[in-house]
Structure formats: C-alpha cells, structure tokens
Design a protein around this ligand. Structure first.
Ligand code: APR
Ligand code: PHB
Length: 389
C-alpha cells in the first residue's frame, strides 16, 4: 500500500491531523493499535482553548462543540477556606469551552468515516523504517498478516507509550522529566455540577478540583498519595474527602451520587526533544506530557497539529523544502510555555508534604496575592485560555 502521510495512532492528534490533511487532498492512512471502542472509552480532561475550538471548526467538527459545549468566562480558585473568581474574559477577552475530550474524539471519528479515508484498528507491531531517507515506510501486522505502507512522511501520534518516539535513537533525543509525588483520584458522577464554573482548590489535606461534562454529569478529583489504590476509595470516602477540601459553601451545595467511573492518574511533566527525526514527526503525547492541572494536554496536541499541518501544506502545495525543518522548534517553544504553566498550577495548588508548613503558607500567600493583583490574574488568565499560535 502507498499513502502520502502515514499516521501512527488514532487518538485526537492523529485524527485531527488526518482530517486537516484530507481537506487539503493529502492522502493519509491511520494505524491504531486498539479498537475504536477502546479509544472512545478513555476519559480525559475537557477544557478547550479558543485556538483548539478554531482548529476543530476548521476540520469540520465544530457543530456539536458549538451547541453542546459550555462557554466558561472564568474559574473559581479556593484557598484557606475562601474562594475567589478569576475572570478570563475581563483580562483577555477570551473564554474556554468545556467539552469532553471523549466527545472531541467521537466527532473526529465520525468525520473520518464520512471522508472514507483509511483507519486501520488492531494494527500490531507498527514500526517506522528508513525515516532518514526519502523513501520511508511503516510495517505492521493485521490479523496475523504482515503489511507495509510506503509513504512520504511518518507521523507519530501514538501517545506517551507509543513506539514512534522510541524509534528515534536515544543518542539524538533529550528527555526532560518531572514526576510529582502524588496522583489524582477522579470520579465521574451523574449529578449536577456543584458550581457553574470549575473550582480549583488548594488545601493542606491536598488539592481538589470540581469540574463537569454537562448539566447532569460532574467530574471531581482529589489529590492522593501514590500509595493509594482505587479499591480503597468507596464513593462515601471520596465525597467526604472532597467536601473537606472545598470551601464550606460549595461543600454544603454538593450533590453526591454513585460514581460511574473512578480512576487514579499519576502526574508527570515530560518533554522529548526534538520532535523530528528525518521524515518522522512527533505530535502530542508522543512527545510531551503535562500534569492535568490547567488541562493543557489536548490543547497542546492541537497546537502541534497546527504547526505540522502548516508545514506539510507548505511542503505539498508550495514546494517549500524547508517548511518542515522548523516544525520542531516552533512546536517546542509553545510546549515549553504550556509545560511551565502546568507545572506552576500544579506546584501552587497541590500539597507537597516534604515542603512542610512553610510550603503551605507560601502557597496561601501566592494565592492571596493572585486574588489582589490584576497583573497576576492576567498572567494566569492568559495562559489558561491559551497562548497564541
Ligand atoms: N501503534 C499504533 N497505535 C498506537 C501505538 C502503536 N504502537 N501505541 C499507541 N497507539 C495509539 C493509542 O492506542 C492511542 O489511541 O495511539 C493513540 C494515542 O492517543 P493519545 O494517547 O490520546 O495521544 P494524542 O492523540 O497525542 O492526544 C493527546 O489526548 O490522550 C490525551 O492526555 C492526552 O490530552 C492529551 C491528548
Ligand atoms: C476535567 O474536567 O477532567 C478537568 C478540568 C480541568 C483540569 C483538569 C481536568 O485542569
């Protein structure tokens, strides 16, 4: 088989890139290791920057997002038993849209179905070859049979555990990592959200977040030590812990119910440089991971897709031989800024036992300063709604 661009991984990065290239008459094949149901079963953050919404609209998948997404002009920040509102709109004239990543992925799958472009599920042992030559190809197994796709470019959209990044020789890769000494225990429940905007709460017992998917679907998180197991957390224990960490007024209004999903996620900052090796390009989680505080993961994947789409269009439509050479540098500049912001949100809002009482007081002072300082609020708002690209 031959295609112009072979995309490894059918998560949001691979699907969005595939859609934008299809619109430009560039042929793609997507190779996905899992089933479609598996990919659509993942629950991830649901806060979209305006740039992300623009890209989804451009890809022709903005309709449901427009009718079912919730526009948030601000967020609540809680500390020391007290909460205040951070007004994104007043500081940036921008907002974010609350719309689950699962829904984004579903919309992208439906759009790909309509184009008839190829997506092969259950592709095993996917491996890129000869990416430093002009004739790269990808091998894989499907139902026990070996296959090969010849292409112009290979794009690694295969997430943190994918093979694309690892196929770059380790001597050419530089990896930067911070592992945080805690996780997030998340619960999804069919209950009305406690607040119409998100609440990010700093508390000596640990961070808590009140988020949502729609009027009757709430998403809540509490910070837990890495030693905790999901099975040790009954619904009652979760609700009790959440109530202790959010301001009393919110706790009094919290409507609890049975959890329909409960999971523990570790927090990590990770960046692998560069994002290109010859004709292999990395996009999204394949190259970088941010902790979920601030919900930058999907938004960063989308800005990578933006830079790569522009470069591929310049290559194919304008014959610019150098367009692709600047991809890694442009994408990484934004990745590092969003990683800094996610690290800052994580560091400021979570409890770090090793930092003791001093660390807690410094966080409370920082959040009190944030409440009083329009300059500090603007800096946070600008990053939260998304830096320009
Ligand atoms: N071969 C083929 N497909 C693979 C392989 C492989 N060896 N390894 C992984 N994959 C697939 C996974 O099954 C997954 O569907 O690649 C896809 C990668 O998707 P994501 O992990 O969602 O990464 P990405 O598309 O970059 O999305 C980034 O979405 O996943 C969230 O937290 C992430 O918010 C971030 C954003
Ligand atoms: C979520 O809704 O899952 C969510 C929202 C905001 C975050 C992280 C996760 O910062």
């Amino acid at each position: 088989m031959r295609t112009q661009v072979c995309i490894i991984g059918g998560g949001p990065s691979g699907l969005l890139l595939g859609q934008l290239l299809h619109q430009a008459n560039i042929d793609t094949v997507i190779l996905e290791r899992q089933s479609r149901e598996h990919v659509l079963g993942r629950i991830r953050a649901g806060v979209l920057e305006e740039g992300t919404c623009r890209m989804l609209e451009r890809a022709g998948v903005g309709d449901r997002l427009k009718t079912e997404g919730f526009i948030h002009d601000g967020t609540m920040i809680a500390s020391n038993g007290h909460q205040f509102r951070l007004d994104f709109k007043a500081h940036t004239q921008k907002h974010v849209t609350v719309y689950g990543q699962t829904e984004v992925t579903r919309d992208l799958y439906e759009a790909r179905d309509q184009t008839g472009a190829k997506i092969l599920h259950h592709a095993q042992d996917v491996l890129p070859h000869d990416v430093t030559l002009n004739t790269p190809y990808v091998t894989y197994k499907l139902k026990g049979q070996n296959h090969r796709i010849d292409c112009d470019f290979v794009i690694g959209c295969d997430g943190f555990h994918g093979i694309s990044r690892q196929s770059i020789p380790s001597t050419l890769r530089k990896e930067f990592e911070r592992i945080y000494p805690f996780g997030w225990l998340g619960v999804l429940s069919e209950t009305p959200p406690v607040s119409h905007e998100l609440i990010y709460a700093n508390h000596p017992r640990g961070f808590a977040l009140c988020s949502m998917r729609n009027e009757n679907l709430s998403r809540y998180y509490v910070q837990t030590p890495l030693s905790e197991r999901v099975d040790d957390w009954s619904d009652a224990r979760f609700w009790d812990e959440l109530k202790r960490r959010i301001p009393e007024a919110a706790a009094d209004q919290l409507i609890t119910g049975p959890s329909i999903e409960k999971s523990l996620a570790r927090l990590r900052s990770f960046i692998s440089e560069p994002m290109q090796w010859g004709r292999l390009f990395l996009v999204g989680d394949a190259s970088h991971i941010v902790p979920p505080t601030g919900a930058k993961g999907l938004n960063l994947a989308v800005s990578d897709v933006h830079y790569l789409t522009e470069a591929l269009l310049q290559h194919y439509q304008e014959g610019d031989p150098n367009a692709l050479e600047t991809y890694s540098k442009k994408a990484l500049a934004r990745v590092w800024k969003a990683s800094r912001f996610s690290w800052w949100m994580t560091s400021t809002l979570h409890h770090f036992p090793e930092h003791g009482g001093f660390g807690q007081k410094i966080q409370e002072a920082e959040l009190a300063y944030l409440e009083q300082s329009p300059a500090a609020q603007k800096a946070l708002a600008e990053n939260y709604v998304g830096l320009p690209y």
